[in-house]
Design a protein around this ligand. Structure first.
Ligand code: MN
Length: 358
């Protein structure tokens, strides 16, 4: 008999007290998570100490929460509450993603095909669109991409050296166009998450594309007179309704977040060194925080989407007055792009205008 064995329990007794099967205990031992306190060299019987009960229960609770064994090893070593908080965040985000996907699946299963009713009837609104994306006067490549369809408009501003930015923005807009059917805001948001995943995977798979990402601001008509919007990054959407223009999106930049937190005034933000540093972009990781919301729209409303190459040179009030000038979407788009170019065109400039038509 080994010294001190009288305090130890057989694997059977320990299993009974901990509620974990001997098979599970052997698996935890094999993974180095919960080695037996002693192993009889002659019989190879395993013994556990009463002090190991709490760890056994902890390991099992972490397993039930879906945390991988390798991570549990780290948690047992560091005993870090912050690490566990991080996992709690992952679990919540994962559950939210699954719930969104389920809600979308449920809608798709039960709802009528909105695209069918859209083309069949004449009551569904559509967008009369014009768009233009211009390389500008300074950059060597246009990394912006736009979408101008009857039900969907979007602007994406790619980031990353070499070809990366252009690949990211065109991947994102291409995937969005292909997967949005005008069904719902959830569908639009799911399409953006899917685009994020694809951009991220593509960047991870090609060294020359490493670090690429893109902003994405998109608006799609869903249901009766509702506009679904999603935004990630610092491209923007504005809406003109009955003679007044409102910005619909918030920028996800360091300076804009400081303003929202009350740590910086709007005026200070204008000259802030980090006003162009994004806090969110597609392609940075598997998860993505998206601003997603609906706004009612009526025939005659004008929607404008643009990249920062426009609003850094043409301020909001001027964008508004151009939008309200009574010209066609094509004329408004050209006038705004020309304004940005006349002021130096130091970035790629993209503008999309869509008029809501019945
Ligand atoms: Mn830009």
């Amino acid at each position: 008999m080994l010294p001190g064995m009288q305090e130890l329990m057989s694997i059977g007794d320990f299993s009974g007290l901990s509620g974990l099967s001997p098979k599970r205990l052997r698996s935890y031992a094999a993974n180095g998570l919960l080695p037996p306190a002693a192993v009889d060299p002659d019989s190879a019987y395993r013994y556990y100490s009463p002090g190991q009960l709490q760890d056994a229960r902890l390991i099992d609770a972490l397993r039930q929460a879906g945390i991988p064994l390798a991570e549990i090893g780290v948690l047992l070593r560091d005993r870090s509450v912050e690490l566990l908080d991080g996992w709690a965040g992952h679990v919540r985000a994962d559950a939210r993603r699954k719930q969104e996907a389920l809600a979308l699946a449920l809608e798709l299963l039960t709802a009528a095909d909105t695209r069918g009713t859209r083309t069949g009837g004449n009551a569904m609104p559509y967008l009369h669109c014009a768009g233009r994306t211009d390389i500008g006067l300074v950059r060597e490549e246009n990394q912006d991409a736009i979408v101008t369809a009857k039900e969907l408009v979007a602007v994406a501003d790619g980031l990353g050296g070499h070809a990366g930015g252009a690949v990211a923005s065109s991947l994102a807009t291409g995937l969005l166009s292909a997967s949005f059917t005008g069904h719902s805001l959830d569908e639009l948001a799911a399409a953006v998450r899917a685009a994020n995943w694809v951009v991220w995977q593509r960047a991870a798979g090609s060294p020359e594309l490493e670090g690429m990402g893109t902003t994405l601001c998109a608006a799609g008509l869903v249901g009766d007179g509702a506009l679904a919007l999603v935004n990630v990054g610092d491209s923007r959407a504005y809406l003109a309704h009955e003679g007044s223009v409102r910005r619909l999106t918030e920028d996800h930049t360091v300076a804009a977040e400081l303003v929202r937190d009350g740590k910086l005034t709007q005026a200070e933000a204008g000259g802030h060194p980090q006003r162009h540093i994004l806090t969110r972009a597609l392609g940075m990781g598997p998860g993505l925080q998206i601003d997603a919301f609906c706004r009612p729209v009526a025939p005659g409303d004008l929607l404008l989407l643009c990249s920062d190459g426009l609003f850094n040179l043409v301020p909001d009030d001027e964008i508004g007055s151009q939008l309200l000038s009574g010209r066609t979407p094509r004329e408004t788009v050209d006038a705004l792009v020309e304004l940005a170019l006349a002021r130096g065109g130091d970035d790629n400039v993209s503008v999309v205008v869509g008029e809501v038509c019945a």
